[in-house]
Design a protein around this ligand. Sequence first.
Ligand code: ADP
Ligand code: ZN
Length: 739
Amino acid sequence: MIARVALDLALRKEFDYAVPADLEGRLEVGARVKVPFGRREILGSVVALVESSPQTNLREIKAVVGRQAQLTASVLELARWMAGYYCCPLETALKSVLPEAVRQEQEGWRERLTVRVAAAQGEPPELTKRQREVLAILEEWRELPLQELLKLAETTADTVRRLEDKGLVAIRSEVSERDPYGDETFVATQPLALNPEQSAALGAVVGALDGGAGPSVFLLHGVTGSGKTEVYLQALAHALAQGRGAIVLVPEISLTPQTVERFKSRFQHGANRTMVAVLHSHLSAGERHDEWQKIRQGRARIVIGARSAVFAPVERLGLIVVDEEHEASYKQGEAPRYHARDVAVVRAAREGAVVVLGSATPSMESYHHARSGKYRLLELPHRADAAKLPVVRVVDMRTEARKQKGPPVFSHLLHEAILQRLERREQTMLFLNRRGYSTSLQCPLCGYVAGCPNCSVSLTYHRQRQRLCCHVCGHEEAVPSECPDPKCRNPGIRYAGLGTERLEEALARQFAKARVARMDSDTLQRKSDYRRVLTDFRSGRIDILVGTQMIAKGLHFPNVTLVGIVYADLGLHLPDFRAGERTFQLLTQVSGRAGRGDIEGEVIVQAFTPFHPAIQYARRHDYLGFYDQEIEFRQALGYPPFARVALVTLRGRNEEKVQFSADHVRKELERVLVGFRDLIIAGPGPAPLARAETFYRYQVMLRTRAMSRLASMLDPWVQGLTLPEDIRLSLDIDPVDLL
Ligand code: ADP
Ligand code: ZN
């Protein structure tokens, strides 16, 4: 028997190894193995078992890692598909589907010594007083982890070892499983009685789980608070009852303790101690290992996790839920550049599972599929808790700037509204998607702007730290006291633009009595900071919470009756065809934070382009209106969902060379893809972010409806391409970000 192995080196080649006699019949496809490679020993995954090999002089597999093959057959196939579609080596795809903690040579279980009373035979041996005391304590408990016994009995390991020598106790090493939620108890919740819309949605999903005909991907379009999660929970219960497992994908940022609790409370109590596994980036490597193994061993049947949980080794998969399916964070920024929502759809189709994509603001792609019949549309147009959608008012900041002589932080309307909330002891959230104090440092005399030496962006002033910082590469420098231009030297250099830090300061100035907290990546250095601020806000110790998109999602505070969006058009004019869609989604999300309690909420949107459709449709809570006008624009220009995009980016330190290589790439693409119908090639041109981390960036964009076919041609082409040594090429299939 011969094993074909993908090594943990991105060589784009599988190597054959002889299976030693002692592993014959035991080695499974998907197992991790240690093999000799050159003079080294390397880990890899068995991707096939074959009878014969074209390679000669096969060397032998050294060892198998773990007790069970880590890759299930279906996840291995999924990795193969991913390598092909996203144009990356199989090894790279395999790296994504197994968490690092599971890929290690050492098994990741934590072993712990436990001590138990042994049945002593014959004459009771002589014991010291100390030994008798320790034994008495242990007899009371029968069995204890060694460390706990030492603490309880205030003794040393030596004493216990001596008891072991006398045959009175037995010490064993046992696996002790880490449980990141081990300290919490979950109170069982019962399914809610559904309203008619929820019932209809659940009925359709259950029908598909039971093997009904028709597409088995559902788009659950439901406004914030419409009870989508309750539909997921009851659909999950049905899958479990069928003996099938399920995966729930949630954006990392929404994977809060609150979210996890809703799922654990429904499914994990009593005898089901391990039913729900959670996978996210805040777990320690050990916790991650144990959670993953719970799934692999079939003890956890529901997985909740961020992006990479789509690869969880759930067998007999029945259902994949992708909550907030429009979220850009489902796309991985490095190879393999996969989109977890799209992988979910592919995986489910291969394994006969049902998919539910949920969102209040579905992506243009998914809604288009629902319209065209590829997906089935389910709608929850009303809030389940009978709360009303908030009233949204848009303020024209151009008029406001004229009235107040310069663009103000707060319009008159927002100022009054905040005052009113302070009087009524209600809470306010203010949203500004830009951290730091100001966007740039500018000289009003000569026009100098402090820019990053490594990137084509201006530096942001951070007042607390008294530094100018680049938000792209992290470069920092001191704040100049005068204009650095030697011909100018103007001491009146000024801060332009508004960041959260400055917003916080303006609040302190204008609402002296208000208790204000700020939440952005500058104020939150640790996980505990996040929890602390939210707890303070929830308990009413904070009146106004200021934040970036960190506060936009998933949070639920009944006493928040006012949400202010300070500059709604910040992201609207970026050179990306999704800028309008993003803004609409963000405004809708943020508005959803207002009025989730008994009191009606109010949202005030400040904008310099108040009549932009993204702002106007968000104001009216009109998803369909937005979709209809946006889809027209996409169709006219041939952008997704009417075509798929592949983005080739070239990077290098010498701009001329980058440009030259980009021209070469374009010519090559034309040559290789000659005769490929339905293809538009655009570029090369400088990327919108023309320089980042000292690298110049040029792009070529390809658009087609036949992406699978295009990708299958691009992959070998990229492999064969020769570029100057210091030029890097990256290929992004279905990019979500064109910058
Ligand atoms: P979504 O996921 O769509 O934002 P949730 O599932 O969080 O909405 O539901 C919003 C609120 O409505 C929650 O407090 C939830 O408990 C409640 N809810 C959902 N469905 C029902 C129902 N059928 N009856 C009563 N309350 C419900
Ligand atoms: Zn920079």
